[in-house]
Design a protein. Structure first.
Length: 297
């Protein structure tokens, strides 16, 4: 019987420089898409996939993130007193049980691989998930849940994958595909940020992973890769070289790169348009703006 995936690592120790000056004092992961911080979308997705333990890799300046997950009894009391039951329910739905969330500091931003390695003592000998909260995926069935279901069939390591245009390969880890079976591909390698024209495929790795403890062992070596950082993709590929399978999973859904300003804005519009309470107003604003812009051309 395959071990269930019940632990997820959320690496949130990056500097978030693309959002300066906001990220001078606000962690990127607390920035809101409509009215929920990025990190709440990640937690909800993990829960839907059966995750029970949530391990955050944080860094200096991320206290607001830890505060966000604290219960807010005074606020709850006030909402109860004012009869604002709908808001109370929303607030309560974000509460975490004591002990299900853990924080670990990454003392230096040495890369995503290093951030994941910082969680090694929480993982022991079982498969685990990694979620990057700045990759937000709108999907009918949450992306990690799709992956966990696929992983129950395949085992091995699994990375979320999506097809990207030729000129965008240098922004991603790219899979070297052995066999393409549609939703799932088996791989014979992975290259971090290959220049356009040199990539082994157009299948890019994005921020959802299900990994074996072997990957943590590979990270123990702390070898630096592209950009002088300790790369997670290098450790996954080293596990593959040791004989483990690495599958790419083409998820169903739309991914937004909320680590970039443009991706964040697109996600804001998409998530707002998906909301009954905001759609009509926003839609009329967008169409008026487009009409006015066209008329001015
Ligand atoms: P990014 O490459 O998006 O870096 O990291 P960043 O620091 O968050 O943002 P920019 O590029 O400066 O704007 C991808 C993910 O890996 C985490 C980040 O927090 C983010 O979730 N990460 C990256 C770490 O936890 N530690 C690191 O050393 C590097």
């Amino acid at each position: 019987m395959r071990k269930r995936v019940t632990k997820a690592i959320f690496p949130v120790a990056g500097l978030g420089t693309r959002f300066l000056p906001a990220t001078k004092s606000v962690p990127k992961e607390i920035m809101t898409l409509v009215d929920r911080p990025l990190v709440q979308y990640a937690i909800d997705e993990a829960r839907a996939a059966g995750i029970k333990e949530f391990i955050f890799i944080t860094s200096r300046g991320k206290n607001a993130l830890e505060d966000y997950f604290d219960n807010a009894p005074q606020l709850e009391q006030e909402l109860r007193r004012k009869g604002k039951d709908d808001l109370l329910e929303i607030l309560k739905s974000t509460n975490m049980d004591s002990g299900e969330i853990a924080y670990m500091r990454q003392h230096k931003p040495l890369g995503l691989g290093h951030a994941v390695w910082c969680a090694r003592r929480f993982i022991a000998n079982e498969p685990f998930a990694v979620i990057l909260p700045d990759d937000v995926i709108a999907a009918e069935k949450p992306c990690l849940q799709q992956m966990v279901e696929a992983f129950e069939e395949t085992g091995g390591n699994m990375v979320a994958a999506m097809d990207v245009p030729d000129d965008k390969t240098n922004a991603y880890g790219i899979l070297d595909v052995r066999e393409d079976m549609g939703n799932i591909v088996s791989t014979k390698g992975m290259v971090e940020k290959p220049e356009p024209g040199t990539a082994p495929s157009n299948l890019a790795v994005i921020g959802r992973y299900i990994l074996t403890p072997t990957v943590l062992q590979k990270l123990n070596k702390k070898q630096t890769g592209a950009g002088g950082e300790i790369q997670l993709t290098d450790a996954i590929d080293a596990a593959r070289e040791d004989g483990e399978e690495v599958y790419g999973y083409r998820f169903r859904g739309q991914r937004f790169d909320c680590g970039s300003k443009s991706g964040f804005l697109q996600a804001t519009v998409a998530f707002a348009l998906a909301r009954d309470d905001l759609r009509d107003d926003l839609w009329s604003y967008i169409s008026d703006t487009v009409h006015a812009a066209k008329a001015a051309q």
